[in-house]
Design a binder for this molecule. Structure first.
Ligand code: NDP
Length: 253
């Protein structure tokens, strides 16, 4: 039912975790997919090669640091040169680090803001003129439950993800008249490289599972599905929404 044939989708941070699952699902839905990585060149190359065996749509893995505006500019230029369009932006790349507010170094705060939030500004500044010309586009950000309820010892992360929610609402209002829909998905805990270390503490993991109404932590594919829905025409009238994908652990919808 969902068919993205002929569409061009950019997924940031597609070499691992949630972004990888999104890239795969979008490709399976027929889209031409460009995904970025920053350090995982081998993984990115392997994913692209594997995907190419399953469809004739195009898939490109491009190294681009989303926190660097020059990288973002040349990333977008490469996509436009190749496809002359960008229909869907999924800004998924992000980092999650720890720090007590009274012991946090400037660098820790700034790195998180730069990677999780300023990157969204850089991407949208480059991509929205293209979407405006097309008179259509989908922007989907990956926020977090942390952006809604806060997260002790991760205040920088929570602030960056809260910023993503405000950005989603602002752009929904600003860009809606141009046929551009902006939404975000807010996952709770997900099993990825980002959470591998904290989940190696079995007691911690069990506590998280037991406090979730569904009693388990999802794989990245369970986040990718809702992202695909928002990118599809099934979601045409959804704009400025925060889609909670957390198993009911935070009932803020
Ligand atoms: P992972 O750590 O598993 O993967 C992160 C991805 O982002 C990798 O592809 C990585 O590339 C890429 N990346 C990191 N920094 C940059 C950068 N500066 N420029 C470009 N790419 C970058 O993370 P998850 O899959 O778990 O998280 C994906 C998103 O989901 C993030 O925004 C995260 O905040 C959010 N989220 C995750 C949750 C979870 O429990 N996992 C919960 C709620 C939200 P490379 O492989 O090359 O390093």
């Amino acid at each position: 039912m969902i068919n993205l044939s002929g569409k061009v989708a950019l997924v940031t941070g597609g070499s691992r975790g949630i972004g990888r699952a999104i890239a795969q699902l979008f490709y399976d839905a027929g889209a031409n997919v460009v995904f970025t990585y920053i350090t995982s060149k081998n993984e990115a190359t392997k994913i692209a090669e594997k995907l190419r065996q399953t469809s004739t749509s195009e898939v490109l893995a491009i190294r681009a640091d989303c926190a660097n505006k020059e990288d973002v500019r040349s990333l977008v230029q490469s996509i436009v040169e190749r496809f002359d369009a960008i229909d869907i932006l999924v800004h998924n790349a992000g980092i999650w680090t720890e720090g007590a507010i009274d012991a946090m170094e400037d660098e820790t705060w700034h790195d998180t803001m730069q990677t999780n939030l300023n990157s969204a500004f850089y991407l949208c500044r480059e991509i929205t003129p293209i979407m405006k010309k097309q008179k259509s586009g989908r922007i989907i950000f990956i926020s977090s439950t942390a952006g809604q309820r806060g997260e002790a010892y991760h205040s920088h992360y929570a602030a960056s993800k809260g910023g993503i929610i405000s950005l989603t609402k602002s752009l929904a209002d600003e860009l809606g008249p141009f046929g551009i829909r902006t939404n975000c998905v807010a996952p709770g805990w997900v099993r990825t490289g980002m959470t591998e270390e904290v989940f190696s503490d079995v007691a911690f993991l069990q506590n998280i599972e037991q406090n979730n109404p569904l009693r388990y932590i999802p794989q990245p594919e369970e986040i990718a599905g809702p992202v695909l829905f928002l990118a599809s025409d099934l979601a045409l009238y959804i704009n400025g929404e925060v889609l909670n994908v957390n198993g009911g652990s935070v009932l803020c919808g």
